[in-house]
Design a binder for this molecule. Structure first.
Ligand SMILES: C=C(O[C@@H]1C=C(C(=O)O)C=C[C@H]1O)C(=O)O
Length: 290
């Protein structure tokens, strides 16, 4: 008997399917308890490595710097319900500086980041300055002592350095008033600056895949289950990572509950606004499989 409701052929490849994860603490609520379905493998690395892995075809899906998704919107699609976004401060994308923002002359950039560098470029225009930008690795404090007047840092090391400069404090201090300086260094949180300028969230990462290789449904189910579990057990996730980072657990828990992991309408509007400012003429952003 012929099927009266034939299903369209599923274009998703069966296996192997390769994923690339940026595994900073801020994605721990999604990735720590992720159990990959059979046939899916994963590698990990910093944002610029995972951007490159996705674009070169070394992996099929990755949580990449959102600006790379924007720059390659013709070939990439993003999951419609996953993101690493914040509304206001992020605490781990920081410009450490020793002069006023309007006086910046020489800024060190981390080679780990694409998104934060693009955000800094947008903000430098807002601040009306055009310092020289150089790639340089190392601790912010050491680079500032070497003649840079600004240092951009991201991820776990930026979170640790931020707390080293502005801490120690308790959860009661964080929400009403975040300290902004210490040890002769000011810390400008780039996501908070973006919020001041636009009133919008900031999307640092999306889960992008090459349009030719959409993820199998089993991987998406596993990712959603892992996120549900991680957000539901945030205190345990925070304690585990606080030990690794050498930070107080309540500070790490605040850091984590501050993220928006679902790419809602406000985040999409923000992503499009950023795209128009940072990558004029970009192809329309496409959000693909559910
Ligand atoms: C918020 C962060 O977001 C990350 C920053 C990225 C970048 O700067 O390119 C890329 C992916 C994000 O997960 C962070 O690393 O602190």
């Amino acid at each position: 008997m012929t099927d009266p409701h034939p299903r369209p052929a599923d274009p998703r490849p069966l296996s192997p399917y390769r994923a690339g994860w940026i595994h900073f603490t801020n994605v721990a609520p999604i990735l720590d308890s992720l159990v990959l379905p059979p046939g899916v493998t994963a590698i990990t690395g910093v944002p610029t490595q995972m951007n490159e892995a996705l674009l070169s075809g070394a992996v099929d899906i990755a949580n990449i710097s959102a600006v790379e998704f924007i720059r390659h919107a013709d070939t990439l699609s993003a999951l419609p319900d996953f993101s690493v976004s914040v509304l206001g401060p992020v605490y781990s994308v920081n410009l450490f500086h020793t002069c006023a923002l309007s006086e910046l002359k020489r800024v060190a950039l981390t080679s780990q980041s694409a998104m934060s560098v693009a955000l800094l470029e947008v903000l430098l225009r807002e601040w009306g300055v055009s310092p020289t930008l150089e790639r340089a690795e190392g601790e912010a404090e050491a680079l500032l002592a070497q003649g840079f007047d600004g240092v951009l840092r991201i991820g776990d090391s930026a979170l640790r350095e931020w707390y080293g400069v502005v801490g120690p404090f308790t959860e009661a201090t964080i929400v009403p008033e975040i300290p902004q300086s210490g040890r002769g260094i000011t810390v400008t949180d780039l996501a908070e600056e973006w919020f001041r300028v636009t009133g919008r969230p900031f999307v640092f990462a999306v889960w992008a895949y090459r349009k030719a290789t959409p993820p199998p449904a089993a991987l998406l189910d596993a990712m959603r289950a892992a996120r549900r579990h991680g957000i539901g057990h945030l205190a345990e996730v925070s304690e585990r990572h606080a030990r690794k980072l050498g930070l107080p657990a309540d500070v790490v828990q605040h850091y984590l509950w501050n993220f928006r992991y679902h790419l809602e309408d406000a985040d999409r509007l923000a992503l499009n606004e950023f795209a128009d400012r940072a990558v004029p003429g970009h192809a329309p952003l496409e959000f693909g499989v559910r």
